[in-house]
Design a protein around this ligand. Structure first.
Ligand SMILES: Cc1cc2nc3c(=O)[nH]c(=O)nc-3n(C[C@H](O)[C@H](O)[C@H](O)COP(=O)(O)O)c2cc1C
Length: 191
């Protein structure tokens, strides 16, 4: 069982990373292998250029933007579970995760018969979201964006772990109830 998480916070001391660590800790305790890609740490990371070059090949991502995201797409192809992790930025995923979602578009192949083939069909996907506000202040919309992406990918939606009204790293690390909920979510992902 291999879980690959894409973490989209732009800051080094990240609330989202702290919560994701708790989730993945639970998954590892249940026997999963986990890997986190901190998108902001990729040296060369660019957005989708809408060239549609990926559509020339049916059985591999073949994104034409030659940067470090190509290696990440390769990791996602081999994952059993993909986790999309992000803070809420203005009712949306933070920009590094949004960029990764756009680059994920090369996993979809738009066929001549009108059908869309997904290279990751049947995988499992989940989201981890942190928010300064209440769940209804944007985390709900981010969950819906992730859920739609999962549906379009023809993957199995494992749900979202939401940490709403979070303050700082210190208070997150002290929150035993949050850690317990997060580890239980991770355990579910590993099952
Ligand atoms: C530019 C910006 C926009 C934000 N927008 C929202 C928002 O719409 N709703 C919300 O609940 N929190 C919002 N927040 C708060 C962050 O989601 C919250 O602090 C998050 O835990 C930060 O995670 P990080 O440390 O992993 O980056 C925003 C923060 C920033 C910096």
């Amino acid at each position: 069982m291999r879980i690959v998480a894409l973490q989209g916070s732009p800051r080094a001391e990240s609330n989202t990373q702290a919560v994701l660590d708790m989730v993945l800790d639970g998954a590892r305790q249940a026997g999963a292998q986990t890997e986190t890609v901190r998108l902001i740490e990729l040296e060369d990371f660019r957005g989708c250029m809408e060239c549609f070059g990926c559509q020339g090949v049916a059985d591999k991502p073949d994104c034409q933007v030659e940067d470090d995201m190509l290696g990440v797409l390769g990791k996602l192809m081999k994952a059993d579970v993909i986790v999309w992790a992000t803070p809420v930025f203005c009712w949306s995923p933070a920009w590094p995760l949004k960029m990764a979602m756009d680059r994920f578009f090369c996993m979809f192949k738009f066929q001549e018969d009108g059908q869309i083939r997904s290279l990751v069909e049947g995988r499992r996907m989940a989201a981890v979201v942190t928010a300064g506000g209440k769940e209804t202040d944007g985390a709900d919309l981010v969950q819906e964006i992730c859920r739609r992406l999962v549906e379009f990918s023809r993957c199995k939606w494992e749900g979202t772990f939401v940490a709403a009204e979070v303050k700082d790293l210190e208070s997150i690390r002290k929150d035993a109830a949050l850690a317990g909920r997060a580890r239980a979510f991770g355990k579910k992902l590993a099952s």
